[in-house]
Write a protein that binds this ligand. Structure first.
Ligand SMILES: [Zn+2]
Ligand SMILES: [Zn+2]
Length: 241
């Protein structure tokens, strides 16, 4: 029995057709809302579903934690502020935003990531508070990058627009996902996991997809501060609550 010819080894690159592009084009031209399937000129989300996304209207200026009151800082940041000057997060990680981010990260659904990024860019534009310094995507360890094939934060930063400093900082130590650890434990665990690749500018805006405990952001910010960065801001799509 003859064997089928061996397939050449696949190399994973950030832009690999055709699966992701097929999904992207389907979503773009289907004319239906991605959530409720209603016919919509405002594809891929109809105005109602867009409005129903879990927008964060008031949040802690330092860490992005949603706040019910009009206070500028959450209790945690009043007592132990993170090494971040400002954090802007668009949604809570819930109510459909979580599904879109999972589709983006885990199933390479670039259309989902791009949709959220474009909505986020419009929301940030309305606030009329420009980014400080270049956008710096949260780095992925090379092992995780090879496994996933792309860095979701780098794609978000690229879609948000220039200037992007994607190779400013590198994650050189792999740390396993740390469920159940406190933010302080995670930050300790991540100490020294990041390294600057060149002298940084005086101000940067870190870009992340989801902020969980904020420990990774704090660890990157520690590294940037040691390198002399004076102002560090964060833009993230969603925040776990
Ligand atoms: Zn809809
Ligand atoms: Zn806070």
């Amino acid at each position: 029995m003859s064997r089928p010819p061996a397939k050449p080894p696949q190399t994973r690159t950030a832009w690999r057709p055709p699966g992701r592009w097929a999904a992207f084009l389907h979503n773009l031209f289907s004319g239906r809302c991605r959530f409720c399937q209603a016919r919509s000129l405002a594809c891929p989300l109809c105005p109602g579903c867009r409005e129903d996304l879990p927008w964060i209207s008031a949040a802690c200026e330092r860490c992005g934690l949603p706040l019910a009151s009009g206070e500028p800082l959450c209790a945690g940041c009043r007592t132990a502020p993170p090494p971040l000057d400002r954090t802007r997060v668009i949604w809570t990680y819930s109510d459909g935003v979580d599904d879109l981010i999972r589709a983006f990260k885990l199933h390479e659904d670039l259309a989902a990531g791009r949709l959220l990024t474009e909505l986020a860019a419009a929301a940030l534009h309305q606030r009329r508070t420009p980014c400080q310094g270049p956008l710096v995507p949260m780095p992925l360890h090379p092992t995780r990058y090879r496994r996933r094939g792309f860095n979701q934060s780098a794609l978000i930063a690229g879609w948000l627009g220039p200037p992007v400093a994607s190779s400013l900082i590198r994650r050189h130590r792999y740390t396993a996902p740390q469920r159940g650890q406190t933010a302080a434990d995670r930050r300790t665990n991540l100490h020294g996991a990041f390294r600057l690749q060149r002298p940084p500018p005086p101000a940067v805006t870190l870009v992340d997809d989801v902020v969980t405990t904020g420990a990774s952001l704090a660890a990157v910010a520690d590294c940037l501060r040691q390198g002399g960065v004076k102002r560090i801001e964060v833009i993230a799509l969603a925040r776990a609550i």
